[in-house]
Design a protein around this ligand. Structure first.
Ligand code: GDP
Ligand code: MN
Length: 384
């Protein structure tokens, strides 16, 4: 789960990482008011779940409240990487002496968090990693014991020469590591971490991704979810207990169990098709879930075929079949539906589906996938 910069900064503040105070504004008038309260030059910052806001015109300095009003008017409504700006963060402006990079990601390969720092911050860190890999210092740490002081110091010393500066950066890295572990994050990033002209260090930007599987341990973080920023279908699926991820192909998949869902996607690709989604309807089936699943999938205009692949264990095939029939009664589906149901109550399911128009049954997984791919036709991938 991604959060906004202002929310990430609130988390950082709680762990003692220095960040500017800030105020949220939803209109030019609110931005001008916030700027007036702060006094001096402020920065008006688009709050969207997307990086590269600066380049897209989503970050502007304003010397007066009137300028802040103008900046807000030009940023609100802006489209940044497909997202509309509806909120702004107003913070005091910094006099920047240097911009560094500091970030922690979960390195799944190593099974550990990876700290990365660079003297070259403020720019896209992927570019630094690609073009000048030696400009990026990396260190894994053990989440059970945390980032040790000497490790933080080693990292800091690789990007800063001044001894007070090294200490300040090491302190920030240690706190960032504590935040990362304590909040179950998969990403904690400060880009840029700055040295101000007066010598202070602070996080000018903040990016945090919370591991969805850790959210149940952090109800206060779960509340930060901004539904306006998320795919409404993915959100609707989640609230119904479905695990749904939109993809770019033409074959809509309804599967039970994450493993079978992945195997189904593999097989679709193997036979030359492209899945339009990952969808796990879960273990304990109820017909309502199938209704929701079908509704979400058929809303996607690029879906040409719908493929059901159900292995009935706890999930009962007749429940799935009933859900399918109910969904079709509520809203007919113009596209072909290929169904492979096997396991618990499969005979009952077959009876329910016999003669339902548009539904083609297959006994085996391979046959079902082949048929779906054939029905979808050539050129599975719809868009990049
Ligand atoms: P991003 O583009 O989405 O990563 O947004 P950032 O918050 O990182 O801001 C982008 C860039 O704007 C920074 O790298 C800075 O160069 C500049 N910037 C942001 N805040 C300030 C500020 O307070 N003062 C100055 N002088 N520049 C700023
Ligand atoms: Mn940034």
């Amino acid at each position: 789960m991604d959060v906004h910069e202002y929310q990430a900064k609130a988390i950082f503040r709680r762990f003692g990482i220095p960040v500017h105070e800030g105020e949220l504004a939803r209109s030019p008038a609110e931005a001008a008011e916030a700027a007036r309260r702060m006094g001096g030059t402020v920065v008006v910052k688009a709050q969207v779940h997307a990086g590269g806001r600066g380049k897209a015109g989503g970050i502007r300095l304003a010397k007066t409240p009137e300028e802040a009003r103008g900046a807000a008017a030009s940023i609100l409504g802006l489209q940044i990487k497909g997202r509309t700006v509806k909120k702004l963060l107003i913070t005091p402006a910094s006099d920047i002496d240097h911009e560094y990079y500091a970030g922690i990601v979960l390195d799944r390969g190593a099974g550990r968090p990876l700290v990365m720092v660079s003297r070259e911050g403020g720019i896209d860190i992927e570019l630094v990693a690609k073009d000048r890999p030696d400009a990026l210092k990396k260190l894994h740490f053990d989440p059970a014991r945390g980032l040790r002081g000497y490790e933080a110091m080693w990292l800091a010393a690789s990007i800063e020469d001044d001894s007070e500066g090294k200490k300040a950066i090491a302190g920030i890295l240690a706190k960032l590591a504590r935040t990362f572990v304590a909040c179950d994050l998969s990403l904690a990033e400060i880009n840029p971490l700055i040295r101000e002209k007066d010598g202070g260090y602070l996080a000018l930007d903040a990016k945090v991704t919370v591991d969805d599987s850790g959210l149940f341990r952090h109800p206060e973080l779960a509340e930060l979810r901004d539904l306006e920023e998320e795919d409404p279908d993915e959100d609707r699926a989640r609230s119904q207990g479905l695990s749904f991820i939109r993809l770019e192909g033409t074959i809509g998949c309804v599967v039970n169990g994450a493993g079978l869902a992945m195997a189904t996607m593999d097989l679709v690709k193997h036979f030359g098709g492209e899945p339009a989604n990952f969808l796990d309807v879960g273990g304990s089936s109820n017909p309502e879930k199938v209704v929701t699943a079908l509704d979400i999938i058929t809303k996607d205009p690029s879906v040409r075929v719908i493929l059901f692949n159900i292995f009935g264990g706890i999930t009962r095939c007749d429940d799935i079949a009933r859900g399918l029939v109910k969904a079709l009664e509520m809203k007919p589906v113009e596209r072909p539906i290929v169904v492979r149901l096997t396991g618990t109550n499969e005979e009952a399911a077959r009876e329910i589906l016999a003669g339902v128009s548009g539904v083609q049954s297959e006994g085996g997984m391979e046959e079902a996938v082949r048929r779906a791919v054939a029905l979808a036709g050539a050129g599975g991938r719809v868009s990049a």
